[in-house]
Design a binder for this molecule. Structure first.
Ligand SMILES: Cc1cc2nc3c(=O)[nH]c(=O)nc-3n(C[C@H](O)[C@H](O)[C@H](O)COP(=O)(O)OP(=O)(O)OC[C@H]3O[C@@H](n4cnc5c(N)ncnc54)[C@H](O)[C@@H]3O)c2cc1C
Length: 586
C-alpha cells in the first residue's frame, strides 16, 4: 500500500517491518515480523469495520502520527485512547458472536492448569472465581491468550489482575518459555510516589510527539526544586538539559522506549531527578503550546506577538490532542500540566518474552497455541509503540484462524474428548491440593507481602540495567523468598467462595518461579540488547552493546522440575531481507 506521508512517500509495511526488526534490536524472528507488517493494513481495515474511531484528517482519510522509534508518521491512532478503542472494538465484535451463540463465555473463570493427553493439549482445569468451583473442560486444542507478566515487578502499568499463571502452567507441562528477561520499561509513566502504591499509571507515548524531556543542567537548581524553592518554569532555557535531543539529534524525544528509559535513569542516577525521591524528569509542553499558538494566530489573522493570546490558542490545540491525558495527570498528581511540566519516570509496561511458539503460533505442546502478549513472537528485545495490539490482533484475526485449522484437520476425527480421563483427574487433584494447601497454611505474612518483596528484587536487580553480581543475588533471594512463601504465607477465607487473596496466592506462587527463570535468562545473556541492558556490555558512550556473534538466538527454556534446572534451547535467528546493523538513533 502506498501512502503519502508529509514529505516522503513510503511503502508502509516495509517501513513497519524494518522499524520493528531494528526496534527489537535484531532479536526477533524475521519471518514473523514480515508477516505482521504484511497483515498490518488489513488490521486497520478490520478495526475500522468494527467501528474503532480512528482519527481522520480534514479530507476524511485516516490520519497518522509519529511514535517512538520511527522517523515517519505511520501510526494510526484514536486520540490518546487508541488501545482502549481497539479493545472496545474487539470486545464488541466478540460480544456479537456471543449473542449469536457462536462463543460460550465463561466470565470470572481462571484457567488453573492444562490437561495433556498422549502428548497433546486436550483441555483445561478452571476455577470459578465467584464460588470456587473447580471445573474440567475438554477440547481438541487450547489457545492461551492470557497477556504479559509485567506484574512480576509488583509495580507496573499492567492491570492488577495481569499474571503469568496460564503461561507458566503450560510451561511446566512442556511449553518452552522464550526470552523471559526481555521486558519493556516505558519511559512515560507517572513516578512512584510511595510504598502505599500497588499500580503505576502510564501517560501515553503520544505525548512524546509534542512534549520535550529535560532536567536542569545545574545540581543547585535540582536541589532548589526538590526543596520547593524553585519552579521548573523559572529555569532559563540555557540551564535546561534536553538530554534526548542532545544525545540523539535524529530522533530526539522520539527515540524508542528502551533508549528513552535508560537515558532518564542515567540522568536521575547522576543526581538530576526532579522530584523528592530523585526519580523523575520533566515532560514539557511549553514549546508545543507556543508553536501551535503562533500557527493558530497566523491562520486566524490574530496578533502573533500577543503572548497571552498565543498561549491560550496553543493550549486549545494541545487540549484537543491530549486533553484526556492532561486531565488524568492533574487528577493523580494535582498539578496543571498546561502551566507546569509533567513529571515522568520509566515503569514496567510490557513483556516481549513469553511462551515460545512456532511460525503457526503453536507451543512445544502439540495442540496448545499462545497468542498476543502471552507469546514471545514478534518484538525481539524491545517493542515499538502501538505494535502490541497490532500483534495481538494479527495473531487472533489473521494467523491463528488459518494455522489452527491445519492442526485440527488431522485431529478432529477423535470425536469428543472425555473429561473423565485419568489426566483430567490428576490435573484437577493437583489444582485442589495447591488451593487447599494455601488455605490451611495459616502463616504470618500476606500474599502481597511476598509479591512486593519479589517486585523489589526484580526492579533493583533485574530492572533497567542488570549485572552479573546483581542477577546472581536475585536468583538466590528469589529462591529464599519462595521457600519462605510456602512456609509462611497466610491466605484468609475459604476455598469455596469468592476469595481474591486465594486467587492471588496462586499467581504469586507462579511469579516466584518465573522471577527466577527471568534472572537466570538475564544472567545467561551477557550481551546488551533492547530492553535488556547488561552493564558489562556497553559502548564508551553508555549505549547497549550487542554481541551478534554469540547471541543471535531466541532463548527457549524447557522446564525440568524447577527454574534452576531449566534447560536452554537456542533458536538461531536468520536475517535474509534485512541487514543486521548496530542500532543507532543519533
Ligand atoms: C496502560 C496500557 C496502555 C497500553 N496502550 C497500548 C496502545 O496504545 N497500543 C498498543 O498496541 N498496546 C498498548 N498496550 C499494550 C497492550 O494493551 C497489551 O499488550 C495487550 O492488551 C495484550 O493483549 P492480550 O489479549 O495478549 O492480553 P491482555 O489484554 O492482557 O488480556 C489477557 C486476558 O487474559 C485474562 N487471563 C489471564 N490469566 C488468565 C487465566 N489463568 N485464566 C483466565 N483468564 C486469564 C486476563 O484477565 C485478561 O483479560 C498498553 C498496555 C497498557 C498496560
Amino acid at each position: 500500500m502506498q501512502q503519502k506521508i508529509t514529505k516522503v512517500t513510503v511503502t508502509l509495511p516495509i517501513v513497519f517491518f524494518y522499524d520493528t526488526i531494528k526496534g527489537g534490536d535484531y532479536r526477533s524472528r524475521e519471518a514473523n515480523v514480515h508477516r505482521l507488517a504484511e497483515v498490518s493494513t488489513n488490521i486497520i481495515d478490520q478495526c475500522v469495520a468494527q467501528g474503532v474511531p480512528f482519527a481522520r484528517d480534514y479530507g476524511g482519510l485516516l490520519d497518522n502520527r509519529s511514535f517512538g522509534g520511527v522517523l515517519v508518521s505511520r501510526t494510526f491512532y484514536a486520540k490518546g485512547q487508541t488501545g482502549q478503542q481497539l479493545l472496545l472494538g474487539a470486545y464488541s465484535a466478540m460480544n456479537r458472536q456471543i449473542g449469536r451463540g457462536k462463543i460460550k463465555m465463561y466470565n470470572r473463570h481462571e484457567m488453573m492448569d492444562i490437561v495433556v493427553v498422549d502428548g497433546k493439549a486436550r483441555g483445561i482445569i478452571t476455577r470459578n472465581l465467584v464460588d470456587g468451583k473447580i471445573e474440567r473442560h475438554s477440547a481438541h486444542a487450547v489457545v492461551i491468550a492470557s497477556g504479559g507478566y509485567g506484574n512480576v515487578f509488583f509495580l507496573s502499568t499492567n492491570a492488577m489482575g495481569s499474571n503469568v499463571s496460564a503461561a507458566w502452567k503450560i510451561h511446566k507441562k512442556g511449553a518452552y518459555f522464550a526470552n523471559p528477561c526481555f521486558t519493556q520499561i516505558h519511559p512515560t509513566c507517572i513516578p512512584v510516589s510511595g510504598d502505599h502504591q500497588s499500580k503505576l499509571t502510564l501517560m501515553s507515548e503520544s505525548l512524546r510527539n509534542d512534549g520535550r524531556i529535560w532536567v536542569p543542567k545545574k545540581l543547585e537548581d535540582v536541589k532548589a526544586i526538590r526543596e520547593g524553592k524553585l519552579k521548573p518554569t523559572e529555569i532559563a532555557e540555557e540551564n535546561r538539559d534536553y538530554y534526548l535531543e542532545r544525545r540523539y539529534p535524529a530522533f530526539g524525544n522520539l527515540v524508542p522506549r528502551d533508549v528513552a528509559s535508560r537515558a532518564a535513569k542515567e540522568r536521575c542516577d547522576a543526581g538530576y531527578g526532579v522530584n523528592k525521591t530523585g526519580e523523575a524528569v520533566y515532560l514539557d509542553f511549553a514549546s508545543a503550546i507556543m508553536r501551535y499558538g503562533k500557527e493558530q494566530a497566523h491562520v486566524k489573522g490574530l496578533d502573533e506577538n500577543n503572548e497571552a493570546l498565543v498561549k491560550k490558542l496553543g493550549q486549545e490545540i494541545v487540549k484537543a490532542k491530549y486533553g484526556n491525558l492532561f486531565q488524568m495527570y492533574e487528577k493523580i498528581v494535582d498539578q496543571n500540566p498546561y502551566e507546569t511540566p509533567m513529571m515522568i519516570y520509566p515503569a514496567v509496561h510490557y513483556t516481549m518474552g513469553g511462551v515460545w511458539v512456532d511460525y503457526n503460533l503453536m507451543t512445544t505442546i502439540p495442540g496448545c497455541y499462545a497468542i498476543g502478549e502471552a507469546n514471545f513472537s514478534d518484538h525481539g528485545a524491545n517493542r515499538l509503540g502501538a505494535s502490541a495490539l497490532m500483534q495481538g490482533l494479527a495473531d487472533g484475526y489473521f494467523v491463528l484462524p488459518y494455522t489452527i485449522g491445519d492442526y485440527l484437520a488431522d485431529d478432529i476425527r477423535t470425536g469428543p474428548i472425555s473429561t473423565d480421563l485419568p489426566e483430567f483427574e490428576k490435573a484437577e487433584a493437583a489444582v485442589k491440593a495447591q488451593i487447599e494447601g494455601f488455605i490451611s497454611n495459616k502463616g504470618s505474612h500476606s500474599v502481597d507481602y511476598y509479591h512486593r518483596k519479589l517486585g523489589k528484587i526484580m526492579w533493583n536487580k533485574c530492572g533497567m540495567s542488570r549485572n552479573e553480581k546483581g542477577l546472581k543475588e536475585a536468583i538466590k533471594e528469589i529462591q529464599e523468598l519462595r521457600e519462605d512463601f510456602y512456609k509462611n504465607v497466610n491466605v484468609p477465607g475459604n476455598v469455596n467462595e469468592f476469595n481474591e487473596q486465594l486467587a492471588k496466592a496462586g499467581r504469586v506462587a507462579d511469579f516466584l518461579e518465573l522471577g527466577e527463570l527471568f534472572a537466570k535468562d538475564a544472567l545467561e545473556r551477557t550481551e546488551s540488547c533492547g530492553g535488556h541492558f547488561r552493564e558489562e556490555s556497553q559502548t564508551p558512550e553508555g549505549e547497549a552493546l550487542r554481541d551478534d556473534e554469540n547471541f543471535t538466538f531466541v532463548s527457549a527454556w524447557e522446564y525440568k522440575g524447577a527454574p534452576s534446572k531449566a534447560v536452554l534451547h537456542k533458536e538461531e535467528l536468520k536475517y535474509e531481507e534485512i541487514e543486521v546493523k548496530t542500532r543507532s538513533y543519533k
